[in-house]
Ligand binder design. Structure first.
Ligand SMILES: [Zn+2]
Length: 252
């Protein structure tokens, strides 16, 4: 694992006023090689970048300073606010969709995320995939990304549904309005988003077995989807609730 900061990208600007880093967005590059990505992000005309890029061998390239707004998430939303770029650090992992991530990459990613968290207040709940913040447009880091394994290092949280989460889950799976309310609590931007796209993004992360199944169809919520979504919604709304939120009426 080597670290390079001599491949800077010109594609960045200032974070929106008052915004600070509270989210980490994980991507795959879907390009043929790390060199091709370095070249693309160095090209002003591409208008894309990320703060960090992790090569196949685990080498880390810092391409944009953390204080600046890199252009990685595009039109996106998380926890009720858009402009995810202004609130996040973007990490691209060199990977063609469908290939497994290398051990070296996942090791480097873990070290890098811990390092970022030592400087910024990023909750495990706010370490997300590009597909979580743009479910209608994006699929990365894909259904091969080992979210469950990484959750052992507090990189994201893995849902552990309770008996209450499982209760009536198969029926709720068929109720789009209830699903959408849960997605909102879980952090997803729901407005203008198809329920099917939300379910697919969630399954890409939390129910990856669906993509290997010969009978289940990604985008169709299952009882498992609902149980895990309820658990994620509970964890997320608890962690992200601000002390000043007007949830409890003030005593007089
Ligand atoms: Zn992406």
């Amino acid at each position: 694992m080597k670290f390079y900061d001599n491949h800077k990208s010109p594609n960045f600007d200032d974070r929106a006023k008052g915004e600070k880093v509270e989210i980490i967005v994980v991507h795959y590059t879907a390009m043929t090689s790390t060199e091709a990505v370095l070249e693309k992000f160095a090209d002003k005309a591409s208008k894309v970048s990320s703060h960090y890029l992790i090569g196949e061998n685990g080498d880390i390239y810092q391409m944009v300073d953390e204080e600046k707004r890199a252009w990685h998430a595009g039109i996106s939303s998380w926890n009720g606010k858009d402009d995810v770029n202004s609130r996040s650090i973007g990490i691209e992992i060199s990977n063609r969709n469908g290939e497994p991530y290398t051990k070296e990459q996942l090791f480097a990613l873990t070290i890098l995320i811990k390092d970022i968290q030592s400087r910024h207040d990023v909750l495990p709940e706010n370490i997300v995939g590009h597909s979580d913040v743009a479910p209608n447009r994006k699929q990365d880091p894909g259904e091969h990304f080992p979210w469950q394994k990484l959750s052992r290092h507090d990189i994201g949280r893995w849902p552990k549904p309770t008996i209450a989460d499982k209760f009536n889950a198969a029926a709720v799976a068929k109720k789009p309005q209830e699903l959408r309310a849960l997605f909102r609590q879980a952090g997803y931007g729901v407005d203008g988003m198809k329920t099917k796209d939300l379910v697919t993004a969630f399954q890409r992360r939390y129910e990856q077995e669906i993509f290997k199944s010969t009978t289940a169809v990604p985008g169709d919520a299952t009882a498992t989807t609902v149980a895990r979504l309820r658990a994620v919604a509970r964890m997320n709304s608890f962690a992200n609730k601000k002390p000043s939120s007007p949830s409890a009426p003030a005593k007089k």
